[in-house]
Structure formats: structure tokens, C-alpha cells
Design a protein around this ligand. Structure first.
Ligand SMILES: Nc1ncnc2c1ncn2[C@@H]1O[C@H](COP(=O)(O)OP(=O)(O)OP(=O)(O)O)[C@@H](O)[C@H]1O
Ligand SMILES: [Mg+2]
Length: 909
């Protein structure tokens, strides 16, 4: 509701309330004054009426007493006492009676209210002596004849009257004589005794007075609203004047029963008033006035007046007040409309300005304001601009905070005091999902939690969310979570801080989770790589020395075998030794292969064709329970690798797969082109981004348990029984792939199978190296400078070279060789070990000597096929390389290749 309307209503209501209150108050006051006044008026009337009755009856009473003095009473008495004749005047009783009757009649003529006049004697059962009544047509007095006189000794009034003392009067209400039509009216009987000289009762003077005229006068004077009853003080009604029932309602009921409140108020008094409900249900004010006569008779007048009549003036005032209130109300409405408008206008303007501010953020002080409203508006304007700048600062700060938290790499969750999540940043949602309610039961059941090792289950109570809910503060608690048994393990570190409410109670907590899965994986890979490198170095060193020994053994055995060719038993032994050496040589090759130090001859290979061939070979050798499937990728790039080594790697993997499927299964060979990007390269050790050809060998075998997955590449690690596996298969594959610049991955699940992926660099980018057919082994006459630090090998080589017809010079180190060259010895070819003890290696020696002999021909030999060295030094020079251990035929062939070929031509054995 609008302010002006409210003001208007309030003012109008105020005025109306005031007028109404005043009206009510004056009505009540006037009412209070009216009632007593009305009652008083009524009481005064009543008093006057009862006064009239009293006056009449008292007069008649006095007259009754006065009648005793009539001499005829004594004359009758005397006549009776003297036998019928009064001794004093000598007249008969009869005469005295007549005289008395005439006196009575005279009295009655003078007083029309007297209905009957009698003198009743005690003698003869209370026989009337004289009676005058009005039993005539004109109601004139009539003296009743002697014959009509009656005995009345039994009458109540007679018995009571005759018992009275001298000068006492008995008064009684009566209805008159029903037998006498003239007396059928409310009547008062007056009786007083006449006594003899001896104070014996002789007779009773009896007067009967008709009260009707008196009552009639009262009735005539009654006002419209007044009712009037004449009552016997003892109870019965005598007349109901309002209804005109002047003729007795006598014995029709007792007034005390009809007006009990009045009777109670009266008590022993002569007058009383009360407000009560009349027998007819009307609310009235009632007054009683009473008069008592000496012998006990009481006469009463009860007058009632309707309460409404008394209150009429107050009612009139009430109506007047109503009209005044109405007029006042109207005036109030008018005034309040004007007033409220002028009062509300500034407030309305201010309100509009504030509303405008709420919608547009702009505020303008309304024109036309003055006083407090102007000050208020100006203050408000000032306040809004302050709030604006404060809000803006807050908003900027909160936005900045939001951005910081949203862009955090860590997951941030905030829980409230009940453990419900109240905030989660995007990283948190990404990690735990939208639906995850941290701290809730749903959250607890959604994840399995593990301790730092990723295997030991973490009790619910120890979880970071539970601890945070208990208000604990902690840092860097390691845990792993898994959403299901097959889901990957996510490794996290969690920290939490409780948040306190202003009253110091626990209000929630901030939990920060950092995903360290990648970090842990990188750590694992690094450890693995370091381990493999360490093993590789160890293995490489051992294999190198073994190779030198084996070279000597191989050559020595050949010479021995030739030497004992005529002694079969010894030749047999020599052959056995030769075989053993050959096996040792294989083993050393395996080790070298793992140590990535095996001499490789990489070239561009059609991997699909090679795989096809392998698959065919496997189908013919593996038992029928293993199904072999090959799925070549169309348009496969050529790969750069050593084909024979790749074949043996594939065979190794296939054999492993077969061994893992003793009950049969499926072996799937696949190829594909992939591009390993930078991200992948960064995540995996020793991987350079680029194009790769992938070979996937999948089996449905037992799978590799996670616990040994990191160890399968280690040389001599095997789970197979003694004699069934050496544990070199995967090591060789690993070394070969790594040495070829590739990469290997194992995916395995226990009970399901294993997939091994070999990534070989694509040859398309690097160009292919063609293989050179091996020339036939033959000797020669040229001079050879042999540089070999191992004395056993050197002497063996020199023997072999001599056997092939060459002239030889020998040096034990690069320094010694250079000294010989400076001395200008004659030679056609430098045959040098790549790895020489000392500061200068074989390749550097060759470089040095070429300064003097630019066309120097070189053949390198190495048992330490260091890939780096090979590529950087030997490979760069383009000279052929002879791998240790070698047989004389290999030596002869490579020498001829080096001597006959152009300088810088590259080849390998
Ligand atoms: N496809 C595979 N399925 C199940 N386990 C495998 C598989 N390939 C390798 N392994 C496990 O890796 C171990 C090492 O394999 P590796 O080829 O290096 O050695 P080996 O097969 O035991 O012996 P070798 O190959 O020298 O005869 C095996 O003993 C075997 O436990
Ligand atoms: Mg194997």
C-alpha cells in the first residue's frame, strides 16, 4: 500500500477513533446520570401517589374513630341492657338504631367513597345492629331493614376488630362483597370496637371505602411509559392500573414473586428502587412506595418505567454523536488526503530515486526536496557512491581469488561443519567427478583408498576427508584411490586445514589434493631406466672382456683343430671345445645385445613382409592349439632396423607368448604407423618424438604379474624352470629395440594376456642403408698395421694375418702406432680395435693418421659395440667394422673388403 494512502488511513482512523471514544464516553456518562435521575422521578411520583392513598385512608380511619362518639351507640347499648328501652331517654332500641342508621346514611351521602356503614353487635353471633349500603339504582345510601341484617360473628375482620382495644382501628383490604354488586371493588374495611362501661366489647363500627376513584385518579395521571400496580404490602396485587384492571387482580399472584429484586431492595423500608427485568421480559426501572397503618395493614404502589425511556436522551445524544463522527470522519479524510500527500511526496520521490538506484546503479537527488529529506537524500547519494567503490574493489578481489583457485593445478575442496562439500574447484571436479560429494557416504563408497604403496587398503577413518572432518590439520598425506578394481590407481598427496567459526567452533575444512600419479610414474620409469642402464653397463663390460677371451679361444681352437687333424681323439676334444666356445659366444652376444652393444646393420625393412614370414614360420612350428593371426596395416612405413635382429626379437616374443599359453590360445601379430608426439616422448624415457612403425605381439596367456613387470627385461630374469629359459630373451629384445632408436612397451593383465609393442623408427625420413653382399674369403700380400691393446688377441690376429699371407706390423696402443707411422713404416691398411686403452681410441687414431696419409684404408674391430661410438666415429668415417669374436674367414673377407673397396666405404660383418 502506498505511503500516502497509509498516512491517510492512519489519520482518518485516528480522528474516527477519537470521535467514537468521545461519543461512547459521553453516552456512558449520560447513561450513568440518566438512570438515577429517571428513578428519582419515578420515586417522587410513587411517593406522591402513596401519599394520596395514605391521606385518604388516614382520614377514613379518623372518621371511623370519630364515629364512636355518636350517642346512638351508647343508647342502643343502654336499651339492650335495660330490656329494650333506654332508661335515660326512654326510647326503644329500635329508635336508637334508626337514628344511628340515619346518621350513617348522612355520612355516606357526604362521602360517596363510603360503600357501607355498619354497626355489628357482639350479641347474637355478631348480628348486625345497623347497616347502610348503596344497594340502590342511583347508589344513594339505603338503610337496610331489620329482616336483612345478618350474623357476621364468623368473619375474620369481625373477630380481629372486636378483639381490639379502645381507640384502635382494624384495616383490611378486601374485594368487597361479591354478593353486593356495589361493593365488588377494591375496598378497605375499617373496624373499631365500642365497649361497655365495664370495658366489655359490645359492638363493632365497620366502614367500607371504595378505592376505585383513588386508583382511577392515579391511572389518569400515569405517563405513557409508566406502569403502575397497587399492591397489598403483604403480597397480593390490588390493581394493575396500566391495563385498567382496577377491579381486583387480587390473589392473582404476589408482587414479590414478580419483582424479587425490588422486594429484596425494600426490606423493612417504605420505599425502594431497582433496575430489573419485568415479568413480561422488558427491562425496566421499578420503584415501590409503601405506607403502613397502625394495625399492620400496608398499601403499596409499584411503578415501572422502560429502561429505554430513561435512556432516551442518551440515545438521542448517541445518534447526534454518530452524525458528528461521520462529519468529522469526512473532514478528516479530506484533511488527511491533503496532508498525507504533502508529507509523502518527498518520501515517494526518495523511494523512486532508490528504486532507480537498485535498477540502474545511478542515483540522483530528487529536485524540490528540502530540510531533512534533502539531507537524507544527499547522505544516501554519498553512501551509494562509497558502496559502489567498495563493491567494485571487493568484486575485483573476489574475481582474482576465483581465478586463482580455478586455475590451481591442485584440487581444492571445502567442506562445512557437517562434512558436506560446499566448494570444489575445476581440478577437484575433474579428479573426483561432478557427483562426488567429498565427505559424504556416497564419496566414501565411490573410491577405494590405499596407503602410499598403492596396495595396502587405507581404513576409512584414516582418509584425509575423514581426518579433515574431525578438524585435524595435516600436510602431505600420501594415498592412492581407485574407482573400481580395474580402474587405474590415482596417487595423491592431501593436506588439510580446519576452518574456525567466529565463536571458535569447528566450521569446516579446506582440503587440497595434489595428483602425483604422473610424478610417481616418472619416478618409477627413472628408477627402471637407471637400473637398466646400470645392468647394461655391467653386462657390457663383462661381455667385452669375455669377447676378447673368446676371440683368442676361437682362433686358438681353430689352429689346434688343424694341428690335431691326424689324431681323431684329440680332434674330437678340440671340436667339443670349439662348440662350447661357440655357445659362450652366443651368450656373450645376447648380453651385448641387451647392453645395446651388439653390432647392428640397420636398413630399411618392409616390416609387414618380415612379420608375414615370421607368422608362417610360427604356424609351422607351434602346436595347433595356438591360433596365429597376422593383421598387417596397409601403407605401413618402412622401418629402420637390423632385419635379422628384428626377426630373432619377434621369435623371442612369440616363444614367450607360446610359453605363456600352455593350454593353447591366440597369438596376434599386428603392425601400425604411429606418430609419437612430444608429450609422449616426455612421459617416456629415451623416446624421441617422430614417426614410428609399431609391431604388436598379443597373446591370451597367463599375463605378467604386476610385481615382476619391472624386472622382465633384466638379463637372466626368468620365471621358467632351470634349463627351460635363460632369462635373456626379453633383455635382448629390449637392448635391440633401444639400440635401434626405438621403444618398447608391455601391457599385461594377469589371467588375460600380454601385449608387447615394439616401436621402430620409420626409415622414410632417414633413408635406407643397403646391405652389401659379402665378398669371398681370400688372403693377400699387403702390409697391415695391427693396433690391439689385448696381447692375447694381438698375437692371435698376427698369427691369422700371417697365415693369410699378409705382412704385419703390431702396436699395443694408439701412441705406439702413431710413433711407427711417424717413423714411416710401410703399410697398406690400418686394422685397429675401436676401444684402445689410453687417451685415443681407434677411430681417433685413424683420423690422426689420415693427416699424413689421406688415402689410408682402415678396418675397425670391436667387441664393445658401443652404439654411440660406432655412429659418431666409426660410422662417420665410413670404414668397415669387424665384430669380435670373429673367425679367420670373417677376418679374411673383411680385410679384402677394406683393401679393395674405396676409401670411406662403410660395411659391417
Ligand atoms: N608373453 C608373456 N606372457 C607371460 N609372461 C611372460 C611373457 N613374456 C615374458 N614373460 C615373463 O618374463 C620372463 C622373462 O622372459 P625372457 O624372455 O626374458 O626369459 P625366458 O623366456 O624366461 O627365457 P629365455 O627367453 O631366455 O628362454 C619369463 O620368464 C616370463 O615369466
Ligand atoms: Mg623368452
Amino acid at each position: 500500500m502506498r505511503l500516502s494512502v497509509r498516512l491517510m488511513l492512519a489519520m482518518t482512523a485516528l480522528v474516527l477513533c477519537t470521535v467514537a471514544a468521545l461519543g461512547l464516553l459521553s453516552y456512558a456518562n449520560i447513561g450513568h446520570a440518566m438512570v438515577p435521575a429517571g428513578i428519582q422521578r419515578l420515586a417522587d411520583q410513587t411517593k406522591a401517589r402513596i401519599g394520596g392513598i395514605d391521606a385518604l385512608l388516614s382520614t377514613v380511619r379518623n372518621e371511623t374513630l370519630a364515629a364512636r362518639t355518636f350517642p346512638s351507640h351508647q343508647r342502643i347499648q343502654r336499651a339492650q341492657a335495660s330490656g329494650g328501652i333506654d332508661p335515660q331517654d326512654g326510647l326503644a332500641e329500635e329508635s336508637a338504631r334508626r337514628t344511628l342508621a340515619e346518621i350513617y346514611a348522612g355520612q355516606m351521602t357526604a362521602k360517596p367513597g363510603i360503600l357501607r356503614y355498619r354497626y355489628i353487635g357482639v350479641a347474637d353471633g355478631g348480628r348486625e345492629l345497623v347497616r347502610v349500603d348503596r344497594n340502590t339504582s342511583d347508589r344513594s345510601p339505603r338503610i337496610v331493614s331489620a329482616a336483612e341484617l345478618r350474623r357476621l360473628g364468623h368473619e375474620e375482620f369481625f373477630r380481629r376488630g372486636i378483639a381490639l382495644a379502645e381507640r384502635e382501628v382494624e384495616m383490611t383490604w378486601t374485594r368487597g362483597d361479591p354478593a353486593d354488586a356495589t361493593t365488588a371493588a377494591p375496598v378497605v374495611i375499617f373496624a373499631t370496637p365500642v365497649r361497655t362501661a365495664a370495658n366489655e366489647p359490645f359492638g363493632l363500627i365497620v366502614l367500607e371505602v371504595d378505592m376505585r376513584p383513588t386508583f382511577e385518579r392515579i391511572r389518569a395521571a400515569l405517563s405513557e411509559d409508566t406502569r403502575s400496580y397497587i399492591v397489598d404490602g403483604d403480597g397480593p396485587y390490588l390493581a394493575n392500573l396500566r391495563e385498567g384492571r382496577i377491579v381486583p387482580t387480587y390473589a392473582a399472584g404476589r408482587w414479590q414473586d414478580d419483582f424479587p429484586a425490588l422486594a429484596a431492595a425494600l426490606g423493612n423500608k417504605n420505599g425502594a428502587a431497582a433496575v430489573l427485568t419485568a415479568p413480561d421480559g422488558l427491562r425496566v426501572a421499578a420503584v415501590i412506595g409503601l405506607v403502613r397503618f397502625p394495625n399492620g395493614m400496608r398499601a403499596g404502589v409499584i411503578e415501572t418505567i422502560a429502561f429505554d425511556t430513561i435512556m432516551a436522551p442518551a440515545k438521542a445524544l448517541q445518534s447526534a454523536s454518530l452524525i458528528v463522527a461521520l462529519v468529522a470522519g469526512l473532514v478528516a479524510v479530506l484533511v488527511s488526503v491533503l496532508l498525507s500527500r504533502s508529507l509523502a511526496r518527498p518520501v515517494v520521490q526518495l523511494t523512486a530515486a532508490v528504486e532507480q538506484f537498485a535498477h540502474t546503479g545511478q542515483i540522483a537527488v530528487p529536485r524540490g526536496l528540502s530540510g531533512e529529506t534533502l539531507r537524507l537524500a544527499t547522505a544516501f547519494e554519498h553512501m551509494t557512491s562509497e558502496i559502489d567503490s567498495a563493491t567494485e574493489a571487493l568484486r575485483a578481489k573476489s574475481e582474482q581469488l576465483d581465478k586463482i583457485i580455478a586455475s590451481m593445478a591442485d584440487a581444492v575442496a571445502v567442506i562445512d561443519g557437517n562434512g558436506n562439500r560446499v566448494f570444489a574447484n575445476p581440478r577437484c571436479l575433474a579428479l573426483f567427478g561432478e557427483a562426488a560429494e567429498i565427505g559424504s557416504d556416497q564419496w566414501s563408497s565411490k573410491y577405494k583408498r590405499f596407503k602410499a604403496d598403492g596396495v595396502t587398503p587405507m581404513p576409512d577413518d584414516d582418509s584425509p576427508s575423514s581426518r579433515a572432518r574431525r578438524g585435524e590439520s595435516f600436510d602431505n598425506v600420501d594415498l592412492g584411490i581407485r574407482q573400481g578394481d580395474d580402474a587405474p590407481l590415482i596417487q595423491l598427496v592431501a593436506s588439510a586445514r580446519p576452518i574456525e567459526n567466529p565463536d571458535g567452533s569447528f566450521g569446516g575444512a579446506v582440503i587440497v589434493y595434489r595428483d602425483i600419479t604422473a610424478l610417481k610414474e616418472a619416478e618409477r620409469q627413472l628408477r627402471q631406466a637407471q637400473k637398466m642402464q646400470a645392468i647394461g653397463q655391467l653386462t657390457g663390460g663383462v661381455a667385452h672382456d669375455l669377447n676378447n677371451i673368446l676371440t683368442v679361444l676361437t682362433g686358438g681352437i681353430e689352429i689346434l683343430t688343424e694341428g690335431v687333424s691326424d689324431r681323431p681323439a684329440l680332434k674330437e676334444v678340440a671340436l667339443m671345445v670349439d662348440q662350447a666356445v661357440a655357445r659362450a659366444s652366443d651368450l656373450t652376444n645376447g648380453l651385448l645385445s641387451f647392453a645395446r652393444k651388439q653390432p647392428l646393420q640397420p636398413r630399411s625393412i618392409d616390416v609387414n613382409a618380415l612379420m608375414e614370414e615370421t607368422a608362417r614360420l610360427l604356424r609351422s612350428t607351434f602346436s595347433g592349439t595356438i591360433e596365429i593371426d597376422f593383421r598387417p596395416a596397409p601403407g605401413l612405413w618402412p622401418a629402420l632396423a637390423d632385419p635379422s635382429q628384428l626377426s630373432s626379437a619377434l621369435l623371442n616374443l612369440a616363444i614367450n607368448a607360446r610359453d605363456a599359453m600352455p593350454g593353447g590360445g591366440r597369438l596376434l601379430l599386428e603392425t601400425a604407423n604411429v606418430n609419437l608426439d612430444k608429450v609422449y616422448a616426455e612421459q617416456h624415457d629415451e623416446v624421441t618424438p617422430g614417426c614410428y612403425v609399431v609391431l604388436v605381439i598379443t597373446d591370451t596367456g597367463t599375463g605378467i604379474p604386476a610385481s615382476i613387470r619391472d624386472r622382465v627385461f633384466e638379463p637372466f630374469f626368468t620365471t621358467k624352470a632351470v634349463g627351460e629359459g635363460t632369462g635373456l630373451g626379453l633383455s635382448m629384445v629390449y637392448g635391440f629395440v633401444k639400440q635401434s632408436g626405438g621403444h618398447i612397451e608391455i601391457h599385461s593383465q594377469e589371467g588375460t594376456g600380454t601385449a608387447i609393442r615394439l616401436y621402430l623408427p620409420s626409415a622414410s625420413a632417414q633413408g635406407s642403408a643397403a646391405t652389401v653382399p659379402a665378398p669371398a674369403a681370400q688372403g693377400g700380400r699387403e702390409a697391415i698395421l695391427v693396433v690391439e691393446d689385448d696381447v692375447l688377441v694381438r698375437s692371435y690376429v698376427l698369427t691369422d694375418l700371417a697365415a693369410l699371407g699378409y705382412t704385419t706390423h703390431a702396436a699395443a696402443s694408439a701412441a705406439q702406432a702413431m710413433a711407427m707411422v711417424y717413423d714411416e713404416i710401410e703399410f697398406d691398411l690400418l686394422f685397429t680395435d675401436v676401444m684402445l686403452g689410453g687417451a685415443i681410441n681407434g677411430a681417433q687414431l685413424a683420423d690422426e693418421l689420415r693427416k699424413y696419409r689421406p688415402h689410408l684404408k682402415v678396418l675397425f674391430t670391436s667387441g664393445y659395440g658401443d652404439r654411440v661410438l660406432e655412429q659418431q666415429s666409426v660410422g662417420a668415417q665410413g670404414a668397415p667394422l669387424l665384430e669380435k669374436p670373429y673367425r679367420r674367414a670373417d677376418l679374411a673377407r673383411m680385410l679384402r673388403l677394406a683393401l679393395d673397396g674405396p676409401v670411406g666405404r662403410n660395411s659391417r660383418s
